[in-house]
Design a protein around this ligand. Structure first.
Ligand SMILES: Cc1cc2nc3c(=O)[nH]c(=O)nc-3n(C[C@H](O)[C@H](O)[C@H](O)COP(=O)(O)OP(=O)(O)OC[C@H]3O[C@@H](n4cnc5c(N)ncnc54)[C@H](O)[C@@H]3O)c2cc1C
Length: 474
């Protein structure tokens, strides 16, 4: 029987396996597990409906693993934690470190406040494989290019081995009715429930099942298949990773140890490298805390973005007249997810063809994605827009017709999310306005009525974007 009580503050580490803060607390004390929904955190970046939906269900799953002892609060963690610590006479507060710049600021304030009240604070490293402060160039400055960054990561020690579930866990149980998950009202006025529940099962157990299924069925052809949205070669683990239902360490070691049974070295290395891109996104955010709203390349501050409400709405609702863009935007709306290559295609279309500011696009993703992540979202938007580090050069403008023909050659992905085009022969599905009249008629499509004509000419908009980019250099 333990006498001490330690608060374990769960955040984006909603799991009991490989959870250093939880593990250390369980070894010495009774655990009072809490979750705080910091609504004001990130102000304009308050989490969107997709994330709220996932979070609600993920907390429910965690509640099951914690024997119903998780207590949930709404408000400012800086005020709530010291109050709870005093009320329950706890000896320490444990939590896992965040490398999200906005959360880091809040965590520092929490730490100071608890120390003022003589409460011990213990922070643990769990969310990243490689600590961003350790990986620096020879001159002591941070890397700006992925390949040498990742090479440097691989030179160091292997990421730590995942921790098992702690033994002899004792919970400090109090009445939780006032502090239930429902009290957070994450599903209040949240319209995504009916759409998203068909596609996902949040929670730790489900994350592990998904990883196993991916290793058995997707990893074998990952390096090539990951570019084809109709194939089942990507892991779809991103939301599970974002909410910490599974750690990057668990994936790293599981794939390295057991991946060989199903896939060769090339595919395994490719998957590990993608985890490396996640590390790099956090690394760049850590060294540039304002990356989520400021261009990494300052010259883009002078870029003449356009704003057109009509074009933005067409993009958001999947009505641009370019089927691969529309399928992707509708995938996002219907499922809260979008395939990686398609994220690049729609982002390029918004910032280059429509010349709308990348932050507007990032905000829409933020509202709907179940994996919406401050580091990965802003890093990748800046990458596509050309204003980030190691970014796609501005003149690299994805052509949505070529991309569709190359990566959705049979038009299966388009047909799934733009069903009005599903009867068109695959030859025409990427650019339906080019189909002969009788082919359209047979497929039951009247252009401009059943499906929109393209909202913008690709060549003209490309030239316009390149012109604006050239003007930046002057
Ligand atoms: C414009 C844009 C916005 C994006 N926004 C987000 C976001 O908000 N949250 C998010 O998690 N990812 C984001 N990504 C990165 C990437 O698209 C997703 O991580 C990936 O599609 C998730 O699917 P998956 O789990 O099947 O990936 P897999 O291909 O199975 O990859 C495994 C894991 O590696 C990581 N990963 C893969 N690619 C990237 C990448 N380019 N950058 C960072 N991490 C990566 C993810 O954690 C992913 O779950 C964005 C990409 C673009 C181009």
């Amino acid at each position: 029987m333990k006498h001490e009580i330690i608060i374990v503050w769960f955040r984006r580490d909603l799991r009991v396996l490989d959870n250093p803060a939880f593990h250390a607390a369980a070894a010495q004390a009774k655990i009072l597990p809490i979750y705080i929904f910091d609504q004001d955190l990130k102000s304009e970046h308050a989490i969107g409906d997709g994330s709220k939906w996932w979070l609600h269900h993920s907390l429910q799953s965690l509640q099951g693993s914690l024997d119903g002892s998780l207590r949930c609060y709404i408000g400012d963690a800086v005020k709530i934690l010291p109050k709870l610590a005093k009320e329950y006479k706890v000896t320490a507060v444990h939590f896992n470190k965040s490398y999200d710049s906005v959360e880091m600021k809040r965590d520092h304030a929490v730490e100071l406040e608890l120390q003022k009240s003589d409460i011990e604070v213990k922070m643990f490293d769990e969310s990243l494989l490689f600590s961003p402060s350790d990986i620096l160039k020879k001159d002591g400055t941070p890397y700006k290019v992925f390949t040498p960054f990742y090479r440097e990561c691989l030179k160091g020690p292997e990421p730590r081995i995942p921790l098992p579930k702690p033994r002899n866990i004792e919970f400090f149980t109090t009445k939780v009715d006032k502090h239930s998950i429902e009290s957070l009202q994450l599903l209040e006025d949240n319209s995504v429930e009916n759409r998203f529940e068909k596609h996902w099962k949040p929670g730790e157990l489900s994350a592990h099942k998904r990883l196993q299924s991916f290793i058995k069925n997707g990893l074998e052809n990952y390096a090539q298949g990951r570019d084809f949205p109709a194939l089942k070669n990507v892991s779809r683990l991103s939301a599970h990773i974002h909410f910490g239902e599974i750690s990057a360490h668990q994936i790293w070691h599981e794939v390295k140890q057991n991946g060989h049974e199903y896939a060769n070295k090339k595919n395994i290395s490719c998957l590990l490298k993608e985890l490396g891109w996640r590390e790099f996104s956090y690394y760049v955010l850590y060294h540039n805390p304002t990356m989520y709203h400021k261009n990494l390349q300052e010259k883009f501050d002078r870029f003449a973005w356009r704003y057109s409400k009509k074009d933005l709405l067409a993009w958001q609702t999947g009505m641009t007249g370019y089927p691969i863009v529309d399928a992707s935007m509708r995938e996002l709306f219907t499922t809260g997810y979008m395939h990686n290559r398609m994220r690049m295609v729609v982002a390029s279309f918004l910032v280059k063809n429509l010349m709308i500011d990348w932050r507007t696009g990032a905000q829409w993703f933020w509202q709907l994605l179940v994996d919406a992540d401050l580091a990965s979202n802003s890093f990748n938007w800046q990458w596509v827009a050309g204003c980030g580090y190691d970014a796609a050069p501005y003149f690299r403008i994805f052509n949505p017709i070529t991309q569709a023909k190359k990566f959705d050659p049979a038009g299966e992905y388009i047909a799934q999310f733009v069903p009005e085009l599903s009867k068109l022969p695959s030859k025409y599905i990427a650019a339906p306005w080019l189909a002969p009249e009788q082919v359209l008629k047979k497929a039951g499509i009247e252009m401009g009525v059943d499906y929109p004509m393209p909202i913008i000419d690709l060549k003209e908009s490309r030239d316009r974007a390149l012109g604006s980019f050239k003007a930046l250099k002057k």
